[in-house]
Write a new protein. Structure first.
Length: 494
């Protein structure tokens, strides 16, 4: 079995980070412009991170659905061209005053208000394409009902809803479907427009040789339609409360460990059902993306359990489904479509699953320096079948990383990368990435633009200031594209 990717390079940039006059990146004109720039830069991949809706904390890794798309990404100018919105309506709303950072509070308050205006004009039109979409997407009705009921209860977590609908009593389901019919239809409309616009953008990219890499968070949010509709697939008690949650143990980076709070899977039930839910999820993601990066892949082999009411210090490891699940994934998607985010404790069991599947794992240059020559993130130690990053969305931009290194680390880095000055490191690290033996090299846009700490996307285990950074209009240019393309050609990545 082989899951190797063709030698190439790509750039990590969330859709939310694209320029836009409406406060957050969308599937509109700037996205198409960016795809054209990727082509000019000799890139093969665009890594977009998860495209799902966001909720409390604004993280795409804590979404109310494993299947739905983020309505914020629906381009308003496209809706205007379809006569669903007017120019005056677009100008009447405040989407945030910063060109550089997303204001999620403004998005939440105003984006849905203007999308409802578009919905009112659209909903009376007969639309065969929508009917086909509704029939094809089996998850849609449950998700739309979940969002409508959630709004009805003041956006409270589903565990705080009235008991009848919390436990999905048939009479309650029928009553809410009737009472909230218009709101349910609105959420279906949002998903239809999301997929309609994304499908066109993805085709545009694919037609020009750009493949989309998207992330699959291994866990789903407790406050999601997935858990509400399928509680038997998760470790919950008889009152549908969480018993153990996901996270990771204490380590050198976090002495208390990390408690993510996601419900753990009831793997015994998944296995009895031949991983039907996971297959449906992978099929849906396989439509959204060309290649799927499975976040926290090691959790498939062994996963950390934390009691719901205790800290991560009190957790323990349990055995995951391993090859049983990865075989189901390959059966659903075929080969060559998975990247395993295998950062962390690589036990022999994890290594064996990676070897059996042929999935490429990940290495990160920002983890490589300051030790000795045996560090397995250093380019000379890489395997061909791997994906090399300078840093991921969870790391600071390279320039900020350099500024916080010790003298010993900086000396090692400069010697290894062949930089005579600290200022040269921005360019030499990109060269090291592209010249490596790794089949796939992924840059971050912040590192191409040589930005610092203010351009960080996410700081794990914190809330309130993540997922906000955006490019401003015309920040990237043809000169950068030409330089990148020359490097891709030099190292056989195009």
């Amino acid at each position: 079995m082989t899951g190797e990717l063709k030698r190439g390079a790509g750039i990590l940039l969330p859709v939310s980070s694209l320029p836009s006059k409406y406060g957050i990146g969308t599937f509109g004109k700037e996205a198409y412009k960016y795809v054209d720039w990727l082509c000019a830069a000799g890139q093969s991949y665009w890594q977009v991170l998860p495209l799902g809706p966001t909720s409390y904390g604004d993280s795409p890794y804590q979404s109310p659905s494993a299947f739905a798309g983020n309505p914020y990404f629906i381009d308003l100018d496209i809706l205007k061209s379809e006569k669903l919105l007017t120019a005056k309506e677009l100008n009447d709303f405040d989407y945030g005053q910063s060109e550089r950072y997303v204001d999620y509070e403004k998005q939440y308050k105003n984006r849905y208000a203007i999308l409802r205006k578009a919905f009112k004009r659209w909903k009376n039109a007969q639309c065969e394409a929508f009917e086909k979409f509704e029939k094809r997407e089996k998850w849609l009705s449950d998700y739309a009902l979940f969002m409508a009921v959630k709004s009805y209860f003041g956006d409270k977590e589903w565990s705080e809803w009235d008991e009848d609908i919390r436990f999905r009593d048939n009479k309650a389901l029928k009553r809410y479907k009737k009472e909230l019919a218009d709101d349910i239809y609105f959420h279906k409309f949002l998903q239809y427009k999301f997929y309609e616009q994304w499908d066109k953008l993805k085709k545009y990219a694919n037609d020009r040789g750009i493949r989309i890499i998207g992330d699959m968070p291994i866990y789903v949010s407790y406050d999601s339609s997935d858990v509400w509709v399928n509680p038997e697939l998760f470790r919950l008690d008889e009152k549908l409360r969480q018993t153990e949650v996901a996270g990771c143990p204490p380590d050198d980076f976090c002495e208390d460990g990390q408690k993510w709070g996601n419900p753990l899977y009831n793997w015994e039930t998944h296995e009895k059902e031949k991983f039907a839910w996971f297959k449906s999820r992978m099929k849906a993601l396989g439509r959204l993306y060309d290649i799927i990066r499975i976040d926290h892949f090691i959790g498939i082999v062994r996963y950390y359990c934390i009691p719901y009411d205790k800290s991560a210090k009190y957790g323990w490891y349990e055995k995951g489904p391993g090859l049983k699940l990865t075989n189901a994934i390959v059966e659903t998607l075929g080969l060559g479509r998975i990247i395993a985010e295998d950062l962390g404790a690589l036990t022999p069991e994890v290594i064996n699953v990676l070897e059996q599947t042929g999935f490429p794992g990940m290495k990160v240059l920002q983890f490589a320096f300051g030790g000795d020559a045996s560090n397995d993130h250093l380019p000379h130690n890489l395997r061909k079948n791997s994906v090399l990053y300078i840093g991921t969305h969870d790391n600071e931009p390279f320039r900020a990383y350099v500024d916080t290194r010790s003298k010993a680390e900086l000396k090692h880095m400069m010697a290894y990368l062949g930089a005579d000055t600290k200022e040269e490191l921005d360019d030499t690290v990109i060269r090291a990435l592209c010249s490596s033996v790794a089949d796939t090299a992924i840059l971050r846009m912040q590192d191409i633009l040589k930005l610092g700490a203010d351009a960080r996307i996410n700081f794990p285990s914190t809330l309130g200031n993540n997922w906000k950074w955006r490019m401003v209009k015309n920040e990237y240019n043809a000169r950068q594209a030409k330089e990148l393309k020359n490097m891709m050609s030099l190292y056989g990545r195009i």
